[in-house]
Unconditional design. Structure first.
Length: 591
């Protein structure tokens, strides 16, 4: 007899139990309505541990998704998405608006012809895409795949020029939903979901529309998308933008409320640089060269965590594998300090102790590392104009393309000071200036969450490194409204041991000549990462209200990082690091 004809599912799969397994096929046929066919298979019970790993060629470099401890990162410091993917990789009905510099919808990983991009049903079919008529009467002509709110046209693509600026939106879109498990490139967090590209910049990625048009962009996103991801900010408060955010949270998703994720903004003192090296076969050394300019004055600079990466922009190489950290107060063997022009104490080891009388100090160590020591160039009093200090690596054999990666702090405040990284030949001559550090990169202590992330109805997303440390750039301060916290939660990003690998504009355009980039990060990266988690949660349960979605995100967060959580929150991390699988577990218990 039938024990239980149970678990009918929408896809016409039934789970049945029968005491006589031999007879199950004939009995099942007997009970089917006319015209229906039957196929069945045994359902063996066994212990399984799911860990779906997609076949994307660079998935192993996406430590923000699956952190195995790459290059010194902390295993597990990720959003635990591979476990969530066993339940859903995102549904195409769930749409993520990427409000940014435009999205490369011709990219093979975001291909609008292959269902990766939202299609406006009111502007598609029967030639409505290109008839020059606003067929759906929404105020936008032929808006079939998003809208450009800067140029006011229906082309949401970025500027196609070989520069990194326009590639920002393709990078954020890739983190959220690059096509996964397609044997190429990367996998997005919610790669089964679709992207709605909302362009809010000029082709160069540098100019932005009026507050009025920013408001229209957010309202448009709220009308068609389930999740809004905005990796921008810094302007003054605006009623147009505030009311659009309110509109998303109240009218979005058929009045269930669409989550408006905003990056908290980047600030502060330490930076990770990458400079390209292009060397003909030979022996070279690196020089970090700092010279006080003719107008005098200096300001402290500091240096830490020097690595050499392969041409692939990811693999750490000898001769200082994985990195020079100065830990224990030791200058590594073979490195040397040269002084000249009257300099007396530049490029010395420093343990982070505040030096009395200094008006400008690197106020914090490089938080992305467990490091205490760094190398620091600073001279008390008035260093003589023209005095210089050089920190030289040992000689090494190079041949071809490499990347030099290092962490740097500087507060050089005179425009004529020189702070460069150089490649020297065996005669000590400069054969290539790899790059210059920007003057005054240190920008004070304004760590406040930027607007619009700071707005009460926004969801502000900060960043955490791949070793669960505060990355120093991630803005976190509380809002002026004590009832509202500055930061909701954090997503894994750069300034630990690895940067963020995501999509680049396809081909020669964008940050590099390929389809993928390896040097992305900031809160710009953390925001679409968490927005992707939000899209996965809504793919699992589309009925959640905005508040339920926020609760699922919040209760899934891991309380990680190097500080104490009070009432569930930490100053630099909000509710903690987003975790897709834990949020799924929370929803299971909620529903
Ligand atoms: Ca229209
Ligand atoms: Ca039309
Ligand atoms: Ca892929
Ligand atoms: Ca490219």
């Amino acid at each position: 007899m039938w024990k239980v004809p149970c678990r009918p599912r929408q896809d016409n799969t039934w789970f049945v139990s029968y005491l006589d397994p031999i007879a199950i096929h004939s009995r099942a046929r007997d009970r089917l309505p006319d015209g229906k066919t039957w196929s069945g298979q045994a359902n063996f019970l066994h212990e399984v541990e799911f860990h779906f790993i997609p076949n994307d060629t660079q998935f192993g470099q996406q430590q923000y998704l699956h952190n195995t401890g790459q290059n010194g990162a902390v295993a597990g410091a990720d959003i635990q998405v591979e476990n969530a993917w066993d339940i859903t990789t995102g549904k195409p009905e769930v749409v993520i608006a990427i409000i940014d510099t435009g999205v490369d919808i011709d990219h093979p990983e975001l291909d609008f012809t292959k269902g990766k991009i939202f299609i406006n049903p009111g502007e598609s079919g029967s030639g409505r895409e290109t008839n020059g008529i606003d067929d759906d009467g929404n105020g936008y002509i032929d808006d079939v795949n998003g809208w450009d709110f800067y140029s006011q046209d229906n082309n949401p693509r970025p500027g196609l020029i070989p520069e990194a600026g326009p590639a920002h939106g393709t990078g954020t879109a890739g983190i959220a939903a690059a096509q996964g498990n397609n044997s190429q490139g990367v996998a997005g967090v919610a790669y089964g979901c679709r992207i709605l590209p909302i362009k809010i910049s000029s082709d160069g990625g540098t100019n932005f529309p009026s507050d009025f048009n920013l408001g229209r962009a957010i309202r448009y996103a709220a009308d068609y998308a389930d999740v809004l991801s905005s990796s921008w900010g810094g302007a003054a408060q605006s009623d147009a933008v505030n009311s659009a955010i309110d509109y998303a949270t109240t009218s979005g998703r058929n009045a269930k409320g669409a989550p408006p994720f905003f990056s908290s903004g980047n600030a502060k003192s330490w930076w990770v640089y990458r400079f390209p090296i292009n060397a003909a076969s030979g022996s070279y050394c690196l020089s970090f060269y700092f010279q006080v300019g003719p107008s005098g004055g200096g300001g402290p600079v500091a240096l830490d965590n020097i690595s050499l990466l392969a041409e692939d922009e990811y693999t750490y190489l000898e001769p200082f594998f994985p990195r020079v950290t100065f830990e224990g107060g030791i200058i590594p063997a073979g490195w040397s300090v040269l002084l000249g022009g009257g300099a007396t104490r530049d490029w010395a080891l420093w343990d982070g102790t505040v030096v009395p009388g200094e008006s400008y100090i690197p106020d914090k160590q490089f938080h992305g590392t467990p490091s205490t020591w760094c190398l620091r160039a600073w001279q008390p009093g008035s260093p003589p104009p023209g005095s210089w200090a050089e920190f030289r690596s040992p000689y090494m054999t190079l041949n071809g393309l490499y990347w030099l990666r290092f962490a740097e702090f500087n507060n050089i405040f005179t425009p004529d000071a020189v702070y460069q990284v150089r490649l020297l030949d065996t005669q000590g001559q400069v054969v290539q200036t790899l790059g210059s550090m920007k003057q005054g990169a240190y920008n004070g202590n304004d760590d406040r969450v930027q607007y619009p992330a700071i707005y009460a109805n926004s969801i502000a997303i900060g960043a955490i490194t791949d070793n669960d440390r505060y990355p120093n750039y991630s803005r976190y301060w509380l809002t002026l409204n004590p009832a509202v916290t500055g930061l909701f939660c954090v997503g894994p990003s750069n300034e630990g041991w690895n940067d963020v690998t995501t999509l680049d504009i396809a081909g020669q355009n964008g940050q590099n000549g390929g389809n993928v980039r390896h040097y992305f990060g900031g809160t710009s990266s953390a925001c679409p990462c968490v927005a992707g988690v939000g899209a996965l949660i809504l793919s699992k349960n589309s009925e959640l209200t905005l508040q339920q979605l926020k609760d699922a995100l919040k209760n899934g967060c891991e309380q990680v990082g190097d500080e104490t959580y009070v009432d569930g929150k930490a100053l630099h991390y909000g509710y903690g690091r987003a975790n897709a699988y834990r949020s799924f577990t929370v929803i299971r218990s909620q529903t």
